[in-house]
Write a protein that binds this ligand. Sequence first.
Ligand code: GDP
Ligand code: MG
Length: 166
Amino acid sequence: RTGFLAIVGRPNVGKSTLLNHLIGQKISITSRKAQTTRHRVNGVLTNDTHQFVFVDTPGFQKQHSNALNRAMNRSVTQALGDVDVVLFVIEAGKLTAADRAVMELLPSQIPVVLVINKVDRIADKRQLLPFIATVAAEREFAAVVPLSAETGANADELLKACGPLL
Ligand code: GDP
Ligand code: MG
């Protein structure tokens, strides 16, 4: 199965590091397909069972907070609405106003996987459980995957969680 995935999150949570870790040297740009016209393809990862196409969502990085820009927010949310899975990345132990602003733009009809990155910074991993509970109370997630994009710890779990959602 082939599926389209968008990696979203405020600046510095580790989106690029995560994509680089997942794709490694295997970066390849596919030809334009109907579903990708509103996105730029960043890379494709193929394993035994699935093809994961990672896409960018133009305009997502900008903060569209004033009333004039609500239409822009809607178009960002619509663009996200035609991927199969959204990976919402935050940093372990931190949920900031900027994270919440991104969370508000996530479409409700698409499975969102909560990626808790930088777990290598958390010495006592038991601290993750109450943190995850706090974030999961704010929104429904199809899966929650704590990992480290930098060390690669638990990164394979992300693909395992996403496969069935494609
Ligand atoms: P982006 O803005 O979301 O694309 O974030 P980047 O991928 O550019 O990462 C921002 C910073 O966080 C960089 O200095 C990365 O080296 C660092 N970083 C990313 N992932 C991890 C991680 O898993 N652990 C730690 N300790 N640092 C990370
Ligand atoms: Mg980046």
